[in-house]
Design a protein around this ligand. Structure first.
Ligand SMILES: [Mg+2]
Ligand SMILES: [Zn+2]
Length: 179
């Protein structure tokens, strides 16, 4: 897969690239997994990178959209130090019960990336620690990779059959670069 084909990897945030510590409102709460930086550096050499995150705490009032932006800005600044760049960070701030279009596993943000950045979804991937992250990929015609970090172990019995399950971000990236 070459960069010119514009395939992408859509990364979940909490439990996938940083520790899942609930609704984050401050940069100091961001804790990268030890493998995140080397893994994303390798991945970024071959794929466009996106973050797609459901942040229902915004709708519930426990955090604000400004909090989310501050945390995301801190995270991307940290990673930019290592040459890791994201094309976009997409946030769904809604609660599932409202039936919004953009919450994962709806393919909304992958389709937006296809329109806005010319991403080839059929050759793209998601990585995440919730079955919704895998179904998100399937709903967009992409491939989902599950990680057992974050909530991964707890929900692994709810995965679609034949899901590629990996122990964490490093192994997920190994799989993608091997496919
Ligand atoms: Mg997650
Ligand atoms: Zn939404």
């Amino acid at each position: 897969m070459t960069k010119s084909s514009r395939a992408a990897v859509f990364l979940d945030r909490d439990g996938t690239i940083i520790e899942d510590r609930g609704d984050l409102s401050q940069p100091s709460q961001v804790v990268l997994f030890p493998d995140t930086i080397p893994a994303l550096k390798r991945l970024g050499e071959s794929f466009d990178l996106f973050i797609v995150t459901n942040q229902s705490g915004v709708a519930k009032g426990t955090i604000t959209m400004q909090d989310v932006a501050l945390v995301n800005g801190h995270l991307t600044d940290q990673l930019a130090h290592y040459g890791i760049e994201f094309r976009a960070i997409y946030v769904c701030p809604h609660e599932r019960k409202t039936g919004c279009a953009c919450i994962k596993p709806n393919p909304f943000f992958m389709q937006k990336a296809a329109r806005d950045f010319g991403i080839d979804l059929a050759h793209s991937f998601t990585i995440g620690d919730h079955p919704h992250d895998v179904i998100f990929a399937e709903n967009a015609g992409a491939t989902g990779i599950y990680v057992l970090t974050g909530h991964g172990i707890r929900h692994q019995n709810d995965l679609p059959q034949h899901t590629l399950v990996t122990s964490g971000i490093k192994e997920a990236v190994d799989q993608i670069l091997r496919i």
